[in-house]
Design a binder for this molecule. Structure first.
Ligand code: KIV
Length: 263
């Protein structure tokens, strides 16, 4: 049976960690959900791991719609989250809505947008019109040039309190999920405690309601630089299915991420 937003909210309430991975095609969608992955994130990381670019910035709406459709074809149980690519939502809430509608029509159950306070009105506009939104804060890869590289965020008191405020404002505006990337584990725990919506972490420690990794990173096949928070689950695994099952087990048991993966 297909997982719904309510099922995922219940998992958070019951303290059952949510296992998410990025996914870009139908074959992997079937494999990942068969191995127990709850959320398939059609990430704009496809610009890097599928297209070989150095950033996610050139990914288009057409490409996101295409990959979302592929994932939706292969999935029958998992909840599908799709990234809104750079330039598809920042201009105004109306444009964000028409682009989000394309992703939902392609099979996504939720869209993800990057940014804190400046995105609050857009989150409200989408949520009020029936579009479930995951807000992504911390290291937001679409802002890589403004951030001066892929760097850990929230390390100073000022940054930490800004992220706490952003999270509260995004939840109040109607965000259904919060994704936190590359922030100190302690701060991610504090933010998770302060919210009633689930949080998904990537490089945000184990106190989040769930975890996500980029598929090509956890399979050890991305040729680029690996972040500290990545674990290669193919090491010691007999097959891709095995590696993914191991990832799901470690997320559910709280063994992943370990302190060696946490800032
Ligand atoms: O695009 C993506 O894969 C993401 C993850 C880094 C969470 O947004």
């Amino acid at each position: 049976m297909m997982l719904t937003l309510n099922d995922l909210l219940k998992m958070r309430e019951e303290g059952m960690p949510i296992a998410a991975l990025t996914c870009y095609d139908a074959s992997f969608a079937a494999l990942l959900e068969g191995a127990g992955v709850d959320i398939l994130l059609v990430g704009d990381s496809l610009g890097m791991v599928i297209q070989g670019k150095g950033t996610t910035l050139s990914v288009s709406m057409e490409e996101m719609v295409y990959h979302t459709r592929c994932v939706a074809e292969g999935a029958s149980r998992a909840f599908i989250m799709a990234d809104m690519p750079f330039g598809s939502y920042q201009e105004n809430p109306e444009k964000a809505f028409s682009n989000a509608a394309q992703l939902l029509a392609a099979g996504a159950h939720m869209v993800k947008i990057e940014g804190g306070l400046p995105m609050v009105e857009t989150v409200r506009f989408l949520a009020d019109r029936g579009v479930p939104v995951c807000a992504h804060i911390g290291l937001t890869p679409q802002s890589v040039h403004r951030l001066g590289g892929y760097r850990v965020q929230g390390k100073t008191e000022v940054e930490a309190s800004r992220l706490l405020n952003d999270a509260a404002a995004l939840e109040a505006a109607g965000a259904s999920f919060l994704l936190m990337e590359a922030i100190p584990g302690e701060l991610a725990g504090e933010i998770t405690e302060s919210l009633s919506i689930p949080t998904i972490g990537i490089g945000a420690g184990r106190a989040c309601s769930g975890q996500v990794l980029v598929l090509h990173d956890m399979l050890g096949i991305y040729p680029g630089k690996q972040a500290k928070f990545v674990k290669n689950f193919m090491i010691g695994a007999g097959s891709i299915q095995d590696a993914v099952r191991h990832y799901v087990d470690e997320v559910k048991s709280g063994d992943f991420p370990g302190i060696e993966h946490t800032f």
